[in-house]
Ligand binder design. Structure first.
Ligand code: EPZ
Length: 422
């Protein structure tokens, strides 16, 4: 297992371009299962989760070729509609194949994803939505066994605006008969990007980015790409926020570009309220040298609220500002695993149920720490950037799931970071 050696403190300077968004790439790659022809993408991020998803598609018989900086995905002819536990257990988003397989083939056998470090993460909302579209669902030996003659469009009201369930049901609706309305849909920008991709293949999708999404079912033969251009996936707003917070914590001067700052409004407003000094452009944020910030209170919520995927990184920042902060995590039941590891570097965080009281401290000290999940790992890197002395960050495969070449990008900004292959 690789680890990172990081010598702090450092001050970041320069420009960094974020990669395409992991959480848009994954559902859009799955959506190619609906298309009986090759689809080309450019700048697909080189992430572990993306390669896992490509392996799942290939295990079904999807042909994947890399041409220059582009990949071509051809789901023209599948050999099976099975997503195996061996792959699904490593990445929950694999459950997204359920909708397209049911819609196109009327059958799917998808391993239950199981929980992960941050929570139980059931898929009940996905499954009950599929049943509303006419699917018969059984759970057998840890697998979702689904079948239907033909999915029939329906109005589905989600009990919670689940991102994955919204995406799964949007894709299932593409080949269902008639119109599907998803009420209380998730509104994350990645949903909008999935809708944009489906629209680029000839599907009528309205309302993406709002809580009411309409998808009009089409015949598979009516699907066709609206242009020969390779599809470009949106920039990663979570990676962008991670670099913005890194620049603020190290009191650096960094331009973070390649994403839409409008996707981070709540986060940027919070940072400005804490005293961050930034200018915002169409596709970049320029973080300027900030003085010492002051604490604040955040509560994670579905978009457009404060993103749960930026909670750990924000807690790292709060650990080194003046005064106290309070962080409340409302989306996942166990998303404070970064706290004990950050504590090894000298942070002062007290947990109370779903809330954390963060006391700003003068400085952190480098230490050996262990990654536990993707965004917790990012928080440890942020702390190590400002800590005095060397930190050894272990199990960085968690980090590699969602951050492309983060050590190279940070080194280019002046961080003293080395990857030790293990
Ligand atoms: C997506 O996960 C993201 N992953 C997560 O990012 C992100 O944290 C999450 O949305 C919330 O924004 C991808 O897009 C690949 P949910 P997803 O369904 O779809 C409960 C990262 O760090 N729930 O909105 O799994 C669930 O347990 C990852 O990049 C049910 O109860 O999130 C959780 O508590 C982590 N039943 C809450 O809803 C269901 O059927 C939010 O889950 C589905 C979800």
């Amino acid at each position: 297992m690789d680890k990172l050696l990081l010598d702090g403190p450092s001050t970041l300077h320069g420009t960094v371009e974020v990669s395409s968004a992991k959480n848009a790439t994954l559902p859009i790659l799955v959506a190619t299962l609906l298309c009986p022809y090759p689809v080309k993408f450019k700048d697909i991020p080189n992430l572990m989760d993306v390669s896992t998803m490509l392996k799942i598609l290939q295990s079904m018989g999807v042909k994947i070729t890399a041409v220059g900086g582009e990949i071509c995905i051809d789901a023209g002819k599948l050999e099976n509609q099975h997503a195996d536990y061996s792959l699904v257990k490593t990445m929950r988003a694999s459950v997204l194949v359920l909708g397209p397989l049911l819609a196109r083939y009327g059958v799917a056998s998808v391993s239950l994803p199981g929980g992960c470090a941050i929570g139980a993460r059931p898929v009940d909302i996905h499954l009950s939505g599929m049943e509303k579209l006419g699917a018969e669902i059984q759970i057998e030996n840890g697998y979702i066994k689904a079948k239907c003659k033909k999915l029939i469009g329906a109005t589905i009201t989600l009990p919670f605006p689940s991102v994955g369930a919204t995406e799964n049901l949007m894709m299932a609706a593409v080949l269902a008969e008639g119109e599907t309305i998803i009420e209380n849909a998730a509104m994350e920008p990645e949903i909008d990007d999935l809708a944009n991709f489906l629209i680029s293949q000839g599907v009528s999708v309205e309302g993406a980015g709002t809580s009411r999404i309409s998808v009009k079912g089409v015949d598979i033969n009516d699907l066709k790409p609206s242009s020969s251009e390779s599809y470009k996936i949106m920039g990663d707003r979570i990676e962008a926020a991670t670099f913005i917070i890194a620049a603020i914590m190290t009191r650096g001067d960094v331009v973070v570009k390649g994403f839409n700052p409008k996707h981070l409004t709540f986060v940027l407003d919070t940072l400005v309220k804490m005293g961050a000094n930034m200018s915002v452009g169409v596709d970049y944020v320029h973080v300027k040298k900030s003085t010492r910030l002051k604490g604040t209170t955040i509560e994670t919520a579905p978009y457009p609220g404060f993103p749960t995927d930026i909670q750990a990184q924000m807690m790292a920042l709060m650990s080194v500002v003046d005064g106290h902060s309070i962080v409340t995590e409302t989306i996942f039941e166990n998303r404070f695993m970064h706290v004990p590891e950050m504590g090894r570097m000298g942070t002062k965080v007290t947990l109370k149920g779903h809330s954390a009281l963060v006391e700003g401290v003068e400085f952190l000290s480098g230490a050996p720490v262990m990654c536990t999940d993707l965004r917790a790992s990012a928080a440890l890197v942020l702390c190590a950037l400002v800590a005095q002395g060397q930190s050894e960050i272990q199990r960085v495969y968690h980090l590699d799931r969602g951050y492309e070449r983060i050590d190279e990008k940070l080194t280019a900004l002046g961080a003293k970071i080395k990857r030790i292959k293990g």
